[in-house]
Design a protein around this ligand. Sequence first.
Ligand SMILES: Cc1ncc(C[n+]2csc(CCOP(=O)(O)OP(=O)(O)O)c2C)c(N)n1
Ligand SMILES: [Mg+2]
Length: 359
Amino acid sequence: MKIVDRFEVSYYQYLDEQSQLSEDAPSLARDWPKLIELYRLMVLARMMDAKAIRLQRTGMLGTYPSTRGQEAVFVGAGYATAKTDIFVPYYRDMAAVMQRGVSLSQILLYWGGDERGNIFQSTSDDFPFSVPVGSQPLHAAGAAFAIKYKKESRAVVAMCGDGATSEGDFYEAMNVAGIWKLPVVFIVCNNQWAISVPRSAQTAAHTLAQKAIAAGFEGEQVDGNDIIAVVHRMQEALKEAREHHTPRLLELICYRQHDHTTADDASRYEPKDLRDAAWQHEPIMRLRKFLAANNVLSETEEQALAADCTDKINTAVAEYQATSPQSADALFDYLYKTLPSCYAEQRLQLINEVERGKP
Ligand SMILES: Cc1ncc(C[n+]2csc(CCOP(=O)(O)OP(=O)(O)O)c2C)c(N)n1
Ligand SMILES: [Mg+2]
């Protein structure tokens, strides 16, 4: 017997659970304007999230997936991705897409069930939210193939959850990314749950990061509650992807601090003490303590920042509520350039029925 290969998975953390900075922290850790901006974005994401849940509870929004406790993952992902890159989000990515030119009111429209929420105003090549679990990493690999084919210096960011890494499509995406050396960075938000299925019951793999190794490229774990680590490791991976057309997988470890969606009740399956224990590591307080300890965020500044977030959210909600609903037949309008005749017939039928149903 001889050993033919050995593998390692690194874990990155720069700002620890006590808000202490490690010696190898990147320069971002001393860039106060950037850190304050990241802090502001995380606060905005948490407040917007709470508002979306209240809107759903009062019948003003459809099913909504919370990002509570996972702000460093989604804010960090949106922040690290360059405008010229291609972002491929999944349904939990509100805090990332709000940095990619999608307005907060448009995000609300989407979760309100209005297809116009999917027509992103920005001119980027970003994809819409993926609701099917695990299909989007494969689409991202396809987009990365196009980038490589056209010899462009761009990269693709593919977001997904821990549960998605058990899907067949996910492994196919890893495989083509590895064999064709595609400029794609796979981000796995490991929030420990796939609805009611805990991480331990999803896969016997010790880490999710190691799934990249089988496909021939690097996978690493990152503390997903440390915004400095998330942004820095993503920026490094994206730089590599753009310059050398190499893929990488980042497993961002965090904890879901809410039900899976507003249609779920996690109290039926989640031990309460787990969530409470994980709350001690949540990302906003960790950065806040660090900023306060360095005297770069006063209480007055913090209050002004929160007030500004409230204004932005109120404006978005007002815009959303002022948007008149589309007619029922709009549901036929967003899939085909030219509607096939069988659907055109059904569309007409629906219009007639709605007309007849009117008082
Ligand atoms: C292909 C597919 N199978 C099942 C579902 C139902 N479903 C929606 S979310 C989800 C769990 C996904 O968990 P994870 O990938 O960990 O992401 P998280 O929601 O925790 O961020 C499932 C099974 C779906 N949307 N698509
Ligand atoms: Mg999950």
